[in-house]
Write a protein that binds this ligand. Structure first.
Ligand SMILES: Cc1cc2nc3c(=O)[nH]c(=O)nc-3n(C[C@H](O)[C@H](O)[C@H](O)COP(=O)(O)OP(=O)(O)OC[C@H]3O[C@@H](n4cnc5c(N)ncnc54)[C@H](O)[C@@H]3O)c2cc1C
Length: 395
C-alpha cells in the first residue's frame, strides 16, 4: 500500500519531534524549513519530565538525559545575593517522576534529526499553505519548487506562523508581553557555583550549567517593544545586571557581545478556536506561543508532536475530521491553561514597584521555608503529565 505523505512546515523543536513521531508511525515525512540550515539559536533548553516522557515515546528520552545536565540543586536569589528559596533535584524528581534537565538546543536538534531518514529535512524551503484540504481531498502547499500536496500538514512554523494566520485570519494574534529577553552560552568558568535564578525589580537573571561545563545564562527585563542597545547587548546587560551578586558580574565579563541573543517576548493570550483545520494541524509556538516564565514552550511543542502522532497513528485509516479534532480536544485546554499560567508567572517575575518586590521576596522565602514541595507545586499538572502512549526503548 502507498505510504501517506505528511509535510511538516518548520524544522524547529516541535516540527522535528513531530517528524520523528509520524515517521515511526508509518508516515512518509518531509520537513520543509525555510532557513538555510537547522542551526538553532545558541542557547540552552530546559526539559521537564513531561517533555522527557513524550521523548520516551519516540525512543529518544534516554539519549536526551545522557547528554543533559540535571537541574534543581540551586534556587532563587535576590540581586544582593540572599537566597530566597532553595530547590533540590531529588525533591523535583520525586514529585514529578524524573529530573528537570538542561541541554544545548543544538544537541536536541541533533538527537531529533539523527532519528530521521536521510533527506527528510529540506532546508532553504519556505512553504505556504494554499488549501487545508478535507476528508476527501489532500492539503496543498506552495514551495519555491512548485505546488505540492499531502494527506497531513503539520504547521510547526513558529511564533509568527503564517499558517496560523491563513487558517484563523480573524484571531487577534500575538501580543507583546512588555518584556525582552537575552540568552548566551559562555565557556566553562574556573570556579563552579550553584545554579540560580535571581529576581529583581522588573529584571530577572538565570545561570545554569550545561553538561559539558559551559554556562547557559538568560535574562529578562521590562522594556518597550523593539528596543535595541545603542552600543551592544553585552553593554546593556552590564548596565542592568553588572552590580548583581556573584557570579553574575564574572559571567558577564566572559560574554562575547556577538553571541548575545535578544528577543522581545510575545505570546498568544487568546486561545485559537482549534489547533486544526482540514488536514492541517498546528503545533508548538504556532498554536500556543507563551511567555518563557515556566520554560514550557518547547516542552509543550514536544508534547503536541507526540499526541498528534498518536491520533494520526494509523496512517492508512487516517480521517482528518475525526483524528485532528481529537488532537485539538487533547491539546487546546491543556496548553491554554499553561499559556495563562506562564503569563501570571511572567507578571510576577516582572513586578517592578519596590513594595511589591519586597512582598514577593518575603512570600517566596516564607513558602520555601515550608519545604521544597511548596515551591515545586507551581509545576503540578504540568511536569507530571503522561503521554497517551507507552514509552519505547531505543533500538
Ligand atoms: C528566552 C527564552 C527561553 C526559553 N526557554 C525555554 C525552555 O527552557 N524550555 C522550553 O521548553 N521552552 C523554552 N522557550 C520556548 C521555546 O524556545 C519555544 O517554545 C520553542 O522553540 C518553539 O518551538 P517550535 O518548533 O514551535 O518553533 P520554532 O523553534 O520557532 O521553529 C519554527 C521553525 O519554522 C520555520 N519556519 C517559519 N516559517 C516557515 C515557512 N513558511 N516555511 C518553512 N519553515 C518555516 C522557522 O525558520 C523555524 O525554524 C524559551 C523561549 C525564550 C524566548
Amino acid at each position: 500500500m502507498e505510504q501517506q505523505r505528511a509535510i511538516v512546515v518548520g524544522g524547529g523543536i516541535g516540527g522535528l519531534t513531530a517528524a520523528v513521531a509520524l515517521h515511526r508511525n508509518g508516515w512518509q515525512v518531509t520537513v520543509l524549513e525555510r532557513a538555510a540550515d537547522l542551526a538553532p539559536v545558541g542557547a540552552g533548553i530546559g526539559l521537564a519530565p513531561n517533555a522527557q516522557r513524550a521523548l520516551d515515546v519516540i525512543g529518544l528520552g534516554d539519549r536526551v538525559r545522557e547528554l543533559a545536565a540535571w537541574q534543581g540543586d540551586g534556587g532563587m536569589r535576590a540581586p544582593d545575593g540572599r537566597w530566597l528559596a532553595r530547590t533540590n533535584a531529588g525533591a523535583a524528581a520525586a514529585r514529578f517522576g524524573g529530573p528537570l534537565v538542561l541541554l544545548h538546543r543544538a544537541t536536541l536538534v541533533e538527537i531529533l534529526t539523527s532519528a530521521l531518514p536521510d533527506g527528510t529535512v529540506r532546508t532553504g524551503t519556505a512553504a505556504s499553505l494554499t488549501d487545508p484540504g478535507d476528508d476527501r481531498r489532500p492539503a496543498r502547499l506552495t514551495t519555491p519548487y512548485g505546488e505540492t500536496e499531502a494527506e497531513l500538514v503539520v504547521a510547526a512554523d513558529g511564533i509568527r506562523s503564517a499558517t496560523r494566520h491563513a487558517l484563523f485570519p480573524g484571531h487577534p494574534g500575538l501580543r507583546y508581553a512588555g518584556c525582552t529577553t537575552w540568552r548566551v552560552v559562555i565557556p566553562a568558568p574556573e570556579t563552579p557555583f550553584a545554579p540560580h535564578e535571581t529576581w529583581g525589580a522588573g529584571r530577572l537573571w538565570g545561570t545554569q550549567p550545561l553538561k559539558d561545563g559551559r554556562i547557559y545564562a538568560y535574562a529578562m527585563a521590562t522594556a518597550p517593544a523593539g528596543g535595541r542597545a545603542p552600543d551592544d547587548e553585552k553593554a546593556e546587560l552590564l548596565r542592568l545586571f553588572g552590580d548583581w551578586h556573584h557570579p553574575v558580574p564574572e559571567i558577564l565579563a566572559a560574554v562575547d557581545p556577538a553571541q548575545v541573543l535578544r528577543h522581545d517576548v510575545h505570546h498568544l493570550p487568546d486561545p485559537l478556536p482549534a489547533f486544526h483545520q482540514g488536514r492541517v494541524a498546528l503545533l508548538g509556538d504556532a498554536a500556543h506561543a507563551m511567555m518563557p516564565s515556566l520554560g514550557q514552550g518547547g516542552n509543550q511543542a514536544i508534547e503536541d508532536a507526540v499526541v498528534l502522532a498518536h491520533h494520526a497513528r494509523s496512517a492508512p485509516g487516517f480521517l482528518p475530521g475525526r483524528d485532528l479534532a481529537a488532537y485539538t480536544a487533547d491539546r487546546l485546554p491543556r496548553t491554554t491553561a499553561i499559556v495563562r499560567k506562564a503569563a501570571r508567572t511572567g507578571a510576577l517575575t516582572m513586578l517592578s514597584a519596590r513594595p511589591a518586590v519586597a512582598l514577593r521576596s518575603t512570600l517566596v522565602g516564607a513558602v520555601s521555608r515550608l519545604g521544597p514541595g511548596l515551591v515545586l507545586r507551581g509545576f503540578d499538572g504540568i511536569a507530571d503529565w503522561h503521554p497517551p502512549v507507552a514509552p519505547t526503548r531505543p533500538a
